[in-house]
Design a protein around this ligand. Structure first.
Ligand code: C5P
Length: 284
């Protein structure tokens, strides 16, 4: 049996996010640019031959069986028919419900990592289809490349984005994603744009359509966005709570992060075009 593996589960930022419609199932059709950053959780996967899936770490507010890591492992077990199980340990750095995709990334690392550990050799496209059952952001983490996302975020075209240094601020509150998407004030009908137009960057395309509603519902997020905007254009990722701004150098990002750190949890992270998970497993 294979030795245990420790693999990264990186965060993402939505460099821009437009909402272009509402589907009959209540989900929203989006256009977004996903970018990986080098901020990561780490998942250790050890195979077991009794078929059990056991997550050893407790993640606050989520029961063992509801954890996306456990759900991903069971889904892959069922789908592949393997008799193997796994003991899983997550070392969390990414905030929960922060818009950085932490839970989705953990699920994707479980799918991609167990595919490797259990020697299933399923293609990424099949794992991404499975992952979509767990959350709209799981497929991009399974594919492992910065991407233009449409649909609910599952129709992905790999793109190459600039790779600045980001200052990322967590204003210390958690946002209800369904609450934001259901808010009657939400802009739900932005005119679709082409990927080429999105990739040109800059205002007015690089905006997040959730921002107005989130600022209204969560004043501490508005405060942090306004503070960061004094230094560089600031934007929400996903439905928040995290927000970010891009800087050309690590030094300039660190200088702003030091100031922000006096008020909020703050990180400096490098933009990437490939996922550290896929780099580690030699996919890319
Ligand atoms: O897929 P995920 O679990 O991240 O979505 C959480 C909630 O956010 C969904 O239940 C839905 O209410 C809302 N959502 C949406 N449109 C999307 C993604 C999420 O309405 N594209």
């Amino acid at each position: 049996m294979n030795a245990p593996l420790t693999l990264p589960a990186p965060a993402k930022l939505n460099r821009m996010l437009h909402i272009v419609g509402r589907r009959e199932d209540g989900y929203h059709a989006l256009q977004t640019l996903f970018q990986f950053i080098d901020l990561c959780d780490h998942l250790t996967l050890a195979p077991r031959d009794d078929g059990k899936i056991q997550l050893t770490s407790e993640v606050s507010g989520v029961s063992h069986d509801d954890n996306l890591i456990v759900r991903a492992a069971r889904l892959l077990q069922q789908h592949s028919g393997t008799a193997l199980g796994a003991t899983l340990t997550i070392d969390k750095q990414l905030p929960m419900g922060g818009g950085l995709g932490g839970g989705s990334s953990n699920a994707a690392t479980a799918l991609v990592g167990l595919n490797h550990l259990w020697q299933l050799n399923l293609p990424l496209v099949e794992l991404a289809r499975l992952g979509l059952q767990l959350g709209a952001d799981v497929p991009v983490f399974v594919h492992g490349h910065s991407a233009w996302g449409e649909g609910v975020g599952e129709r992905l075209t790999p793109v190459t984005l600039d790779t600045p240094w980001f200052v990322i601020i967590h204003p210390g509150i958690s946002v209800s994603t369904p609450g934001v998407f259901q808010d009657p004030q939400l802009t739900r009908d932005s005119r679709p744009i082409t990927m080429a137009r999105a990739l040109q960057g800059g205002a007015p395309e690089w905006r997040n359509d959730c921002e107005a509603v989130v600022k209204e519902r969560y004043p501490p997020i508005a405060e942090a966005l306004n503070w960061l905007a004094q230094h560089a254009p600031s934007r929400l990722t996903g439905t928040g709570a995290c927000l970010f701004a891009a800087f050309d150098t690590q030094q300039s990002a660190q200088a702003i992060a030091q100031l922000a750190g006096q008020h909020w949890s703050t990180w400096v992270a490098r933009g990437l075009n490939t996922s550290p998970l896929h780099d580690a497993l030699g996919y890319l």
